[in-house]
Each structure stands twice: as C-alpha cells, then as structure tokens.
Design a protein around this ligand. Structure first.
Ligand SMILES: Nc1ncnc2c1ncn2[C@@H]1O[C@H](COP(=O)(O)OP(=O)(O)O)[C@@H](O)[C@H]1O
Ligand SMILES: [Mg+2]
Ligand SMILES: [Zn+2]
Length: 256
C-alpha cells in the first residue's frame, strides 16, 4: 500500500495545475501543492541537522519570568522576523548572532533559514568546523567529491548558514579560508547567517572578559583574534548583529 504522504493532491489530481475561472475566462495556474513540494525538497537540500529540523520562529519561546531574557530574546526574535519579512531587500544581506552557548543562536539561525526557504529561497547549513575540515581535506588527492564541493558551496550557496563561527583552532589556513569566503560573499552581496559564541572586542579593542559558569573570569579570545580583522570587518559589513542576552542555558532551564 502506498504511504498516505504520497496520495495525490485533491485540488489538482497530481497534475500541478488547477483550472480557474476569472471574468468568464478559464486559465491554468500552478497548484499550491507544488510550492509545498518544492519547499520540502529545498529543506532536504539545506542539510539542517536533525536536532534543529523543527526549529522555527513560532516555537522559539520568550521566557516570562526573567525581564532581561524576555526583552533580549524578544528583541532578537523581532529582528529575525523583520529580516525574513524584508528579505532580500533589507539594508543588510545577513544576520550574525553573538552570545553564549545555549542561548538559542542556532535555533534562531535555522528558523530564519527555514522561513526563507518557505518563501522560495535556497540555502545550506554548514557547521564551521566541519566546513573547514572538508575544505582542508579537499587538498588531499584522495578526497571525495563532497569535500571538493564544500568550498564552492560555501562561496556560491544562495544563502549560507555558518554555525559556530570561530569554533576551530586559529591557524593561517582557517583565517585565510574564512576571509576568502566572507570577502567573496560580501562582494557579491550573498546572504549569510552566522552564529558565534566568541565575544566581540569592546570599543577599546581589548578582549572582553568572560565569566565561567563557576564565576571565574577568564580572557577569552575575541572574534577578530580567531578569524582575523579582515574577516570580522566583512562580517559586520554584511550582517545585522543580534546580541543574545545572558540567559541560562536553555537545555538546563528545560531539564529543571
Ligand atoms: N528560546 C528558546 N525557545 C525554544 N527552544 C530553545 C530556545 N533557546 C534554545 N532552545 C533550544 O535549546 C537547544 C539549544 O539551543 P541552541 O540554539 O543550540 O543554542 P546555541 O546555538 O546558542 O548554543 C536547542 O535544542 C534549541 O532548539
Ligand atoms: Mg549553536
Ligand atoms: Zn495540487
């Protein structure tokens, strides 16, 4: 027996076209079921990790018990909604989420990508570390096709989601590669959605001190120390920056 999901569309009988009458003249127009099928295919192409497959703007919760988190996360959510609504004509072609682990950066970044896919755009999710490992592997003679494609995908994907930017040891290779990707995308105004848990430098250019959950202040490397000044400046040029508020790690909040 054929699974229910494959049943033919009642509106168009599976042809993809519906006949509509307007002012006494009948004509064919595309059936909605084709848009839904296209969106499902684009979501598969986007390679969103299973953990975030259902992350959406609608299931991003804004806590009511903590005013700081409420305002901060509420503003973040509104900014993402506005970005999606205006896309692709907004003033910046990208979003950059900065904040600690567990504050919902990847959730919101994926939600934005999925909302854009639902609007008919195409994009791809890449974990930063995986991307750099693949690009490096592609220089090996024995590398597979998927490694070789990684670099061109990062350059050319209509929308690139780069998750956990800077989560890779800083080497000349990583700095050069990320600079090349960001410069190319910036020059061609290619949309980028990125997340990072590295602090940005403060106005004096010094690293912001980072307090561990145990309360110990440690000097954390800044974004520009890890990805380089040039890549950082491209990133800020093309992205609207969303600073996540200091909220308790969502995973821990939920397990309480
Ligand atoms: N405000 C929120 N509402 C609903 N789910 C959330 C929220 N914040 C985080 N999550 C969920 O908690 C988990 C961790 O969030 P994640 O986006 O991975 O955080 P980050 O990328 O900042 O480390 C994910 O499963 C995510 O869907
Ligand atoms: Mg994340
Ligand atoms: Zn149909």
């Amino acid at each position: 027996m054929a699974p229910a999901a494959e049943s033919t569309c009642a509106k168009c009988g599976g042809s993809g076209w519906v006949i509509q009458e307007r002012d006494g003249i009948s004509g064919a127009s595309r059936c909605d079921c084709r848009d839904a099928e296209r969106a499902r295919q684009s979501e598969r192409n986007a390679r969103i990790p299973p953990l975030y497959q259902n992350a959406s703007l609608d299931n991003f919760l804004v806590p009511s018990d903590n005013p700081v988190a409420r305002t901060g996360l509420g503003t973040a959510l509104l900014t993402v909604r506005a970005f999606v609504r205006e896309f692709p004509t907004g003033d910046k072609p990208g979003l950059l989420f900065i904040g600690d682990t567990g504050t919902g950066k990847t959730h919101l970044a994926v939600a934005a990508l999925r909302a854009l896919i639902a609007k008919g755009h195409e994009g791809v999710f890449f974990d930063y570390q995986t991307l750099l490992d693949r690009i490096r592997a592609s220089f090996d003679k024995v590398s597979g096709a998927s490694d070789r494609e990684a670099y061109s995908t990062a350059l050319e994907a209509p929308i690139l989601l780069l998750d956990d930017l800077g989560a890779h040891r800083a080497t000349d290779f990583t700095e050069d590669t990320v600079t090349a990707i960001l410069t190319h995308r910036c020059n061609f105004k290619k949309p980028l959605i990125a997340t990072t848990n590295l602090p940005d430098q403060d106005v004096t250019g010094r690293a912001i001190e980072y307090i561990t959950p145990g309360g110990t202040p440690v000097g954390k490397k800044t974004l520009s120390e890890v990805i380089g000044m040039r890549a950082r400046s491209r990133l800020f040029e093309m992205c609207k920056v969303i600073r996540m508020p200091a909220v308790e790690d969502y995973r821990m909040r939920k397990s309480r």
